[in-house]
Design a protein around this ligand. Structure first.
Ligand SMILES: [Zn+2]
Length: 255
């Protein structure tokens, strides 16, 4: 039986939302001198919301806007050694169009808009024609297909890419990879955050304005009801009820 130290258990139970609430309480405590109105809460909330929105927007743009900047094809010669296939790179001098060749197409894409926030290494596209190797391969011809673990020669192709002399080829061994440029990502997200927050300010103003209008309408209506000797809350006619303490209809205290 494992007995956990009590402190650790408490720390694990505190969810992210509770932790954020604690940070927010501490922020309010540290900045106790700032005046607290419904507005400070609204501005804080709009800052958090626009921040989250900016992060999501940049992430979506990064997945949506990708275009291939570099395509290269690498050919491997397949040989049978001890009933298994071994791939060796075809020398740059020899052509890779001969028999028993595995073609690997490597695509690098720039992702993000308007600036490149990440470099994407796509799944390599593989194809082959291995006539005379029926004993070791189920599919002797393979039309161009993305390299996944279901592809028959996937382990051999991955190993071949991994051990490549070319540093630009090695990242493709692990399949689809997104290499985020953190600095650019943070700058673009931060700029978007500021932009969205400035956009949200008129919206906040509108909320305050409509609140003011609603309050004004309410006070005008209350004044009118008082003049007509009606309950301010519900408009119940109070004729002949001059000495009651509360409205018989809604229970509001009459002053
Ligand atoms: Zn009433």
């Amino acid at each position: 039986m494992v007995i956990e130290p009590p402190g650790q258990r408490v720390r694990r139970r505190a969810g992210p939302i509770r932790r954020i609430k604690r940070w927010y309480r501490r922020l309010n405590y540290e900045s106790a001198s700032r005046p607290r109105t419904p507005w400070t809460l609204r501005v804080d909330l709009s800052l958090v919301l626009t921040g989250v929105l900016a992060l999501i927007a940049i992430w979506i743009l990064q997945s949506a806007f990708q275009h291939v900047t570099d395509t290269k094809t690498v050919d491997y010669h397949a040989r049978m050694i001890n009933d298994s296939i071994v791939l060796s790179p075809v020398g740059s001098g020899t052509s890779g169009t001969g028999q028993n060749t595995v073609h690997v197409m490597l695509e690098t894409a720039r992702a993000g808009w308007p600036f490149r926030t990440a470099t994407v290494y796509r799944d390599p596209l593989v194809s082959w024609s291995l006539s005379g190797m029926e004993d070791v391969v189920t599919r002797t011809t393979q039309p161009r297909t993305p390299l996944t673990d279901h592809v028959e020669l996937a382990p051999q192709i991955r190993t071949a890419l991994e051990t490549s002399q070319d540093a630009g080829i090695r990242p493709f061994a692990n399949g689809h990879q997104v290499d985020v440029d953190l600095l650019v990502f943070i700058i673009v997200t931060g700029t978007t955050w500021m932009f969205l927050w400035f956009l949200s300010l008129p919206l906040l103003g509108l909320v305050g304005f409509s609140e003011g209008v609603a309050g004004h309408v309410g006070s005008v209506r209350r004044q009118a009801r008082r003049r007509q000797n009606r309950c301010e809350q519900c408009g119940y006619d109070l004729k002949g009820l001059d000495f009651t303490a509360a409205c018989p209809e809604c229970g509001a205290l009459l002053t």
